[in-house]
Design a protein around this ligand. Sequence first.
Ligand SMILES: *Cc1c(COP(=O)(O)O)cnc(C)c1O
Length: 368
Amino acid sequence: MKVSFIDLQAQYQAMQQEIDEAMAHTITHSAFIKSAAVKDFEAQFASYLGAGHVISCGNGTDSMEILLRVMDVGPGDEVIVPAMSWISTSEVVATAGATPVFVDVDPQTYTLDVTLTEAHITRKTKAIIPVHLYGHPADMSSIMALAEKHTLNVIEDCAQAHGAGIQGRKIGTWGHAASFSFFPTKNLGAFGDAGAMIVQNDAWAQEARMIAHHGQESRHQHRVHGRNSRMDGLQAAILSAKLPYLDQWVGLRIRKAALYDALLADVPQITIPIVKPDCRHAYHLYVVRAENRDMLKQYLADRDIDSLIHYPVASPFQPCYASMHHKDEDFPIASRYQQEILSLPIYPELPEEAIRHVVQTIKTFYAR
Ligand SMILES: *Cc1c(COP(=O)(O)O)cnc(C)c1O
């Protein structure tokens, strides 16, 4: 039995008519750029989140770059980021001309370890970018309290956590700003690149929109040097068709994760993901820690079961940060976990038999 990591066709087939109609409408109206569909999606996503302005843009990475600029982060400044994330989170800090300051992650949730964060705050620190990694919310109440104490701005990186929440309040509405990616494989995915900024303050919302549109304040009035970062009409129409299903899809991810949890509970070589009280985990990824990880991954691959590693080299140890001379001891959790983490297949349509087969194969591996 072949088990693929993700199956984007399954989702498309389940809603093909709605998607095809949305695309056909965009094409017959040539509503490609700055169309009503973009404004509509922004309004729908804002109402889904329940707070803040939504400003769409080209992709998730752009959204964080623009937000840092809105917050006036630049050369000489420092921004705190977790040691485990996709490269975008620290990359945008460097693009802004500032320095990413890595902090190790919480050993249970894989998100920024808030107990270690304060020691890294200096007079140069301007912002914190917590990441809701794999779909588990970062500890936002503690992060916001720390940010308040030191007058720092907080940008939530929500790229892996559409649909996650804390105490019933959606992630993306806790920080001063937040960033979403709609890359095709995310919990809410477009058919290409797309992203959005969430901003909780009117002036910043205006500024963010202006920067994303060539610094244009009004037509042909370019107040600052901005850039071109747009969500196009096709992506907006597709995202609007998909948004009503997001909570249902996250619910299915939670069910798949619960089945994995139950079946893996008696495998001592595997540590399953935990969910903190009051948190809704959006399970963008189902990440376990496994003894003998690399051999297990190969064993699964030999039996047609896909698995991935998010990420095999933790950010501080990437070649682009070599000049910072980070050592394993600086990030004991991230450096150990990069050898142990394994992402098993998860997506809303993943059949239960596939999960049973994956777990049975894992058990056979450890029983050898
Ligand atoms: C996907 C992702 C991004 C970037 O999104 P793009 O739309 O690909 O630029 C940023 N942060 C995290 C944690 C991600 O997983």
